[in-house]
Design a protein around this ligand. Sequence first.
Ligand SMILES: Cc1cc2nc3c(=O)[nH]c(=O)nc-3n(C[C@H](O)[C@H](O)[C@H](O)COP(=O)(O)OP(=O)(O)OC[C@H]3O[C@@H](n4cnc5c(N)ncnc54)[C@H](O)[C@@H]3O)c2cc1C
Length: 395
Amino acid sequence: MPYTLEPSYDDNPRLQELVGRLRTYLTDELLPYEQEHGITAESALDRPTLEHVWKRSAELGFYGISLPPELGGQGLNFTELCALKEELTASGAALSHSVLGDMGGPLRVGAVVKYATAYQLERYLMPVVRGELACCFSITEQDAGSDVRRMRTTATRDGDSYVLDGHKVFSSAAPFADFAIVVARMAGTGTDGGEEEAYSAFLVDLDTPGCRVLEGEVPMSGQRMEGDLVFENCRIPAANLLGEAGQGLRIGIGRITLNRLLHCPSLIGAARRSWDLSVAWSKSRVAFGRPLLALQSVQHKLADMATELYAARSMVQATAARADRGENIAVEANMCKLFTSESCFRVADEAVQLHGKAGLTQGHEVERIFRTLRMFRIVTGTTEIHKNAIAKALV
Ligand SMILES: Cc1cc2nc3c(=O)[nH]c(=O)nc-3n(C[C@H](O)[C@H](O)[C@H](O)COP(=O)(O)OP(=O)(O)OC[C@H]3O[C@@H](n4cnc5c(N)ncnc54)[C@H](O)[C@@H]3O)c2cc1C
């Protein structure tokens, strides 16, 4: 088969069937649903709208698809999951983040699932897989982002409970979540770059007395999906400790490492969408008596964009395949997120350039993708932090 930017997955019939079914759902159901209800990427989303997507996705077998069959999934491997994730953002659907549960669903729980007790699985995680509950993940604070060890939120053991105090910011999905996975510092461990064992992770119901969810800042993507969590003498059962006391940073960072890889196909899909729009635009936009596409400099731009996408996807596929073999991908996940976020942003930037003033117009799809992709050079680890991690491991 000759190369196309829209992959066909001829070598994997199961994946080919899944991707085909996902594309059909996105184009025949989700996009028309969004159009009918006036939903855009910047709409404030209510719970019924999201639940509609979660439940339908669960019916179709997509929600929680990567989980093992005993947890209600189909045991999809990382390579296959990456392929599905790329299709979601390539569709341009505003609610694509909710189909596999990136926002509040099974993918937000992610690798944390392996630390859950039987009680935690039944009470919290399985309802998420069924689309009945939603969760957020909260580690960042105002003065603790890249340097998460500076966090000030504390957990104090008191009999059969832990008492949380602190303030988390920028928790994605918090505005509509039922519970949070919170990483906090064990009381009495100091606040200046603590030891790894100083942190623990907890499952916290967001309606617990002493816990408030505040409207978060609106990031430059315009999406209204972040919230702050404030804990004031918030008492939670000791049974809600994830893993063991002192494992919080390992649990949090382990989840982030995998998420760094799993964000990449979403970025590639969004950039692929801006490439598709750019090709269509270059064919239809006429300047100096001929379509833009007739200009060799425009063809070169499109060739560069396609090449960046090919390189990013190749890296991500290779790393996902290593993860599928159970190999440690800590370095490669950082390389993938570093390269993909930078290259997809360059693709989005060229798409804006090709669209001229249309691309600079607020609300135009290439303008929205540009703003969204800009964020991912910071979110889930900044470019500089990825470089630090790669250099530390290799040099
Ligand atoms: C839309 C959005 C969604 C988010 N979702 C979540 C979420 O769901 N849960 C959650 O917990 N957090 C979330 N975050 C937080 C996000 O992960 C952090 O913003 C990110 O880790 C960077 O932290 P910071 O913003 O505090 O920047 P800082 O850490 O203050 O960094 C500022 C600058 O300094 C640089 N820098 C810092 N340290 C170093 C160093 N050692 N070497 C070189 N350069 C350095 C950085 O690269 C950056 O350029 C979200 C953020 C946004 C914007």
